[in-house]
Ligand binder design. Sequence first.
Ligand SMILES: CC(C)(COP(=O)(O)OP(=O)(O)OC[C@H]1O[C@@H](n2cnc3c(N)ncnc32)[C@H](O)[C@@H]1OP(=O)(O)O)[C@@H](O)C(=O)NCCC(=O)NCCS
Length: 183
Amino acid sequence: MRLNRHPQEILVSRLYAANQDKIRDHFLRLDILSRRARFCGAISDYRILEYAKNIFRGDSMVCGASVDGQLRGIVELRGDFHSWPTTKEAAFSVEPDWQNIGIGDALFERMFAMAQNRGVRTIQMMCLKENSRMRHLATKHHTLLRSNHDAVDAVLHPYWPTLESVMKEVVGETRGYAHRLFE
Ligand SMILES: CC(C)(COP(=O)(O)OP(=O)(O)OC[C@H]1O[C@@H](n2cnc3c(N)ncnc32)[C@H](O)[C@@H]1OP(=O)(O)O)[C@@H](O)C(=O)NCCC(=O)NCCS
């Protein structure tokens, strides 16, 4: 199923340990190609279950994008939020039938605001060289791309928090909360 592009239908909000089952099911719905692109290699259902179980271990923050109340994409921001200067790794996944309608873009914006609001100085992203869609998304958001052998390392330096970045997160979370209340 494909939607036309209606960014207002995409709801992005933070996910917590209580949402772990939804996160697991989202990862399991990724097909072989998307799994390979997301994890930079093949990954079995068993490894996905393990990964999802441990996703909140450490300092990870996770945001989910839902359409019609169903989780369709997530971004993880991993790393120690207490170290200084802070460097985080971001990783995206959007389910195959829901790719290319703006979910990755919406997740990118929220991830960036979240990192900026927490004083993160560097965000790194790793994707396969052939992943031109992720590379496009990264450059669209002013990321510096560096090529390794098979992968591309993307680096992004957020600014300090601004009123705009704080409002982006607050308004987004409030919208998500209001939707859940009336669901
Ligand atoms: C990469 C991924 C996160 C992007 O999310 P998405 O929701 O599909 O992307 P969006 O719809 O928000 O944006 C896609 C953009 O790429 C462009 N695009 C689509 N196919 C493209 C291609 N083959 N080459 C270059 N750009 C492409 C679109 O035109 C759009 O650009 P625009 O916003 O400037 O018009 C998603 O496709 C995905 O999860 N893929 C599998 C896992 C993965 O690759 N993860 C990344 C590892 S960190």
